[in-house]
Write a protein that binds this ligand. Sequence first.
Ligand code: NAD
Length: 281
Amino acid sequence: MSDSPVKIAINGAAGRMGRQLLAAVAERPDTIVSAAVDAPGQPSIGVDTSVLSGGEATGVVVSDSLQDILSSAASDFDTIIDFSAPKVTLALLDTLKGSGKRVVIGTTGFNPAELDSLYNAAEQMPVVFAANYSIGVTVALSLLRQAAMALGDDYDVEISEAHHHHKVDAPSGTALAMGHAVADALNRDLDQCAVYAREGITGARDPKSIGFATVRAGDIIGEHTVLYAGNGERLEITHKATDRMTFARGAVRAAHWLSTQADGLYDMTHVLGIANLESAK
Ligand code: NAD
């Protein structure tokens, strides 16, 4: 690979995460913002990306059309980082089919059919997809698997999460990823054992269930706790994000890493080089 910086496009550039991503790309010497996209009609269309990220002028203006960017030599990119919404992400993957581009996806809230479309698209291009790009959560997922294997079925597992009041999907993609990690380690199918809501006369807890609880309030960036409750003791594994830059830096690290990878679907364990440890269990 040459030493020139990896050229990165941001989809959803005007969003809460998009602005942080622009700043995170700018702070690394080995990455550069070369294109930015947001929805048609957004006030930021046509403005320099520095208006969104607060940095120095980049000369890159926010476009409302990925297609226009693809057909313009002036705004070429290697990898696009997408933190938007499920339907927007799937349209982006469709547009990029056969283009030779790479994609880092941070969007959450995909339904099972949408996830299938995403996985199909990733067979034809290099894609990193993670519900949470923080290093701490990636490590937490590994700890959760370890704890579940050691504690086994004698401990009830409950997952709680809290996010800001703008968040549109629940439970969070991270809570679901944590649920899958624990369920896999316990040889359970999360689709069969998850309990997403409780109200009224629910009956006693099914010992093999995994319960979820959701808080939406204020400006909470993202907090997750997995509780293993046994007889006479409780273990809690908690992660708290205090700054969105932690996700943005992780996603930009993923984009830089992806620039040398072949077609296929990757996650943060691949980016951090711990995927073999995970699959060696
Ligand atoms: P947001 O609503 O602030 O930003 C979304 C942006 O996408 C907006 O600017 C919106 O205008 C833009 N958008 C909508 N339609 C578009 C289109 N057709 N083309 C281009 N852009 C379009 O939301 P957010 O808080 O930034 O979160 C975005 C997503 O990222 C959510 O799914 C959220 O759950 C997820 N997220 C993931 C992580 C992670 O680490 N994986 C961390 C934080 C948030």
